[in-house]
Design a protein around this ligand. Structure first.
Ligand SMILES: *Cc1c(COP(=O)(O)O)cnc(C)c1O
Length: 455
């Protein structure tokens, strides 16, 4: 990589002043940061002019490529009107139009849209609404103050969303500050949490959830789940029917269901929402990441009329939802989100995804021949390839070996940006990825995994 004086200057300042998220900065300071300056379609271009396929969709958000005309011009057009005004006591045009559009495509029954600006807040809002709902519904007679969440869950980095999350390295240090959560086993079939074999793990997982509900539903406000695919724990695809059963059980035991579709919403699994794959309507739908096609920070928490009505009353009953972020319903973000939905319709994105998803799945099979690939998980246009030291025992590599990171660095040298989750190699390209790019991406990753694990 050629490096000009401009690169040297920016790199020096970055290392001196920018604290990067989820990053061991001592490692960062010892390396050469890749500084992105432009995006063109499915590619990122750094300030030295090198091109990289965006195999991480710029952290799971970019759906239609960079610099898509429709989104670019929607933002510019909105900018000609106004960049920001508040939803506290005022309304604005794009936030109204987007709410109508979201309700029209969301699973049945979700009629109310509450905006924020990132995935953590989308979840935090659902948790607070669910809690407050039970405090106010039925005259507050129900003392439903607990939450059920799943093993390995990730719902964001704020205290509420961390409390329902369970990835040790992210949340353990904060344990004394987190509220307790009831934990149900998530069907991570490769490492089954209830120690069953693949055939009947589904039943066993759900049995544990039902036992929890039998014991605690009277004191449980809501159950929160990453529907169909658990993201940050390693792109873990639940067996078909699991989500539907979670919905059936939560309904049966009168517990609200919060679907955190921050990662999987907007086409990632092959349907607009992951809940659609099983015809499930949750009580809350949390959306962020892909909502603007990856152009602006925006999030939305959708809920039902039933939940909404519990917050109505005279002002001095103080039943309002006293929550709101400064940039709630930001017009630029909402305009980008409307353009995103237009692209889904006009470019038939979901339809075009099908053959690409099939090709993706076929090419992924080859990874099972690699000596250190333990599990390959795939759905729609997302995959998780779990690298292990020993395939027979499923023993992982020691974390100090940084296998996932090394594979990503190897791929970067070959023109592909990916970001692993520990030793799970994650492939999550823009939905606009071309078949030739899928082939190239998988060949690059295959060669990189082999080089790092076998040499
Ligand atoms: C990324 C993510 C979040 C958090 O979103 P942020 O925008 O990073 O706050 C929450 N839930 C899931 C499932 C996610 O993947």
């Amino acid at each position: 990589m050629k490096k000009g004086a401009r690169y040297e200057r920016l790199s020096r300042i970055d290392k001196r002043h920018v604290w990067h998220p989820f990053t061991q900065m001592s490692e960062w300071e010892a390396g050469d940061p890749l500084i992105i300056e432009q995006g063109r379609g499915n590619y990122l271009i750094d300030i030295n002019g090198s091109r990289f396929l965006d195999g991480a969709s710029s952290l799971w958000v970019n759906l239609h490529g960079h610099g898509h005309k429709r989104i670019d011009s929607a933002i510019k057009k909105q900018l000609g009107n106004i960049a920001h005004s508040t939803l506290l006591g005022l309304s604005n045009v794009p936030s109204i139009e987007l709410a109508e559009r979201l309700v029209s495509i969301a699973p049945r029954g979700l009629k109310r849209v509450f905006y924020s600006d990132n995935g953590s807040t989308a979840v935090e809002i659902a948790l607070k609404m669910a809690f407050q709902y039970w405090e106010q519904a039925n005259g507050g007679s129900d003392k439903k103050r607990q939450f059920i969440a799943f093993t390995g869950a990730y719902h964001g980095d704020t205290f509420g969303s961390m409390s329902v999350g369970e990835i040790d390295i992210f949340v353990k240090k904060y344990k004394p500050l987190l509220f307790g959560t009831l934990r149900a086993p998530y069907p991570y079939c490769y490492r089954c949490p209830v120690k069953k074999n693949k055939r009947d793990c589904r039943t066993e997982c759900l049995k544990a959830l039902e036992e929890l509900l039998i014991k605690h539903s009277h004191e449980t406000a809501a159950c929160v789940i990453e529907p169909v695919i658990q993201g940050a724990s390693g792109m873990i695809v639940a067996p078909p029917g699991f989500l539907k059963e979670v919905r059936r059980l939560t309904k049966k035991y009168n517990v609200l269901l919060i679907a955190d579709e921050v990662a999987v919403g907007f086409g990632r699994t092959g349907t607009m929402f992951a809940c659609d794959t099983e015809g499930v309507s949750p009580d809350f739908l949390c959306l962020a990441k892909g909502i603007t096609g990856g152009y602006m920070p925006l999030a939305a928490t959708l809920t039902t009329e039933k939940v909404y009505k519990a917050f109505l009353g005279k002002y001095d009953e103080y039943k309002s939802f006293f929550h709101g972020h400064t940039y709630t319903g930001n017009p630029l973000g909402c305009a980008a989100a409307i353009a995103n939905l237009d692209i889904f319709e006009q470019e038939r994105v979901l339809e075009k995804m099908k053959p690409k998803s099939i090709l993706f799945g076929e090419l992924l099979k080859k990874f099972e021949t690699l000596a250190h690939v333990g599990d390959v998980r795939h759905m729609g246009l997302v995959a998780g390839i779990e690298i292990v030291k020993d395939r027979a025992t499923k023993e992982p590599f020691p974390p100090s070996e940084r296998i996932g990171h090394r594979v990503a660095m190897e791929a970067r040298g070959r023109g592909l940006i990916i970001r692993p989750l520990g030793d799970v190699i994650v492939l999550i390209p823009p939905l606009s990825v071309k078949e030739a790019e899928i082939k190239k991406m998988l060949k690059t990753v295959f060669d990189s995994v082999r080089k790092v694990t076998e040499e």
